[in-house]
Design a protein around this ligand. Structure first.
Ligand code: SAM
Length: 282
């Protein structure tokens, strides 16, 4: 038994036990490691940071996908940026109305290794005829997408450092605005309010998105293995509001079984603590 440790801040570390390191590779973009342990099952890290584990992946993947579909049940064309583990695509492909899903993931090795070591997220994704896999930079990919052609963009990215930096820029958010149609929704991995470094990233992203989209919200979820466990997604759109336009009946009619998400939690997730609201609006 050994310990995987992540530095959450200068004065805070998070460690979990693992029995076996399954795989290690330096890809063209990042260091990829897969581990297996009792508490969290199989998990993988990129550049030493926890990405996905079998125990809490359902929380992240429920919350990046379902709030948008409960706001607009007619979503058909979806772009996932990043998301190489496949979990976000897995949840999107559960919706029968969805016609086309593109995953623009910069590092093919992440997806191929998740197909091998993390089938809970990757299984069945490539096999679905609605799925298109594009292994390229998300910012470059979105630049070549036609105007107003998409219903939903899900940015399932790493943090705004190294290869992920471009996905937290004004240029990227402006491209997202251009390619989304009138009912279009942008959901982005929006960091965390608790530790200073992540809170600064959260604030920067919100300030940029607020200048581009008429409707912007931030919603929260409990992610035990991410720094502080309190993480956020951004919800930005041109017309649809996740609370005013929440369509409980339509979402219930999909009849999807979910381990984390429900429409009551949906409402609660947008009810942010005061210190978070203040930080976002400062
Ligand atoms: N849930 C995780 C998190 O919040 O940290 C993210 C999971 S997912 C594995 C993140 C993916 O984003 C990685 O596979 C990484 O290769 C991909 N990625 C990072 N920068 C990218 C970029 N510029 N374009 C496309 N994909 C990118």
């Amino acid at each position: 038994m050994d310990w995987y440790t992540e530095q959450w801040s200068n004065d805070c570390k998070f460690s979990i036990a693992y029995d076996k390191e399954l795989y290690s590779e330096q890809s063209s973009f990042q260091q990829i490691n897969f581990y297996q342990g009792k508490e969290f099952g199989t998990f993988f890290t990129l550049d030493g940071l926890m990405m996905v584990n079998e125990k809490d992946e359902f929380i992240y993947h429920d919350m990046i996908v379902h709030p948008a579909f409960a706001t607009n049940p007619n979503i058909k064309k979806v772009l996932i940026i990043g998301g190489g583990d496949g979990g976000t695509a897995r949840e999107v492909l559960r919706y029968p109305n969805v016609e086309e899903v593109v995953m623009a993931e910069i590092d093919e090795r992440v997806f191929r290794l998740c197909q091998q070591y993390l089938p809970v997220t990757a299984r069945g994704v490539e096999e679905d005829s609605r799925m298109q896999l594009r292994f390229e930079d998300g910012l470059e990919y979105v630049r070549n997408v036609p105007d107003q052609s998409l219903d939903l963009i899900l940015v399932d990215s790493t943090d705004p450092v190294s290869i992920g930096e471009g996905l937290f820029t004004t240029a990227f958010y402006k491209e997202c605005y251009r390619v989304l149609n009138a009912d279009g929704i942008l959901i982005n991995q929006h960091e965390s309010p608790y530790f200073a470094e992540y809170a600064a990233n959260m604030k920067k992203a919100h300030t940029k998105i607020k200048d581009i989209f008429p409707i912007t919200h931030v919603y929260q979820y409990h992610m035990p293995t991410y720094p502080s466990g309190h993480w956020l997604f951004g919800f930005a759109s041109k017309r649809l509001d996740p609370l005013k336009n929440l369509n409980v009946e339509a979402w219930e009619q999909f009849g999807l079984e979910t381990k984390y998400y429900n429409t009551n939690l949906h409402i609660g997730a947008f009810g942010l603590p005061n210190y978070v609201k203040e930080a976002l609006n400062r």
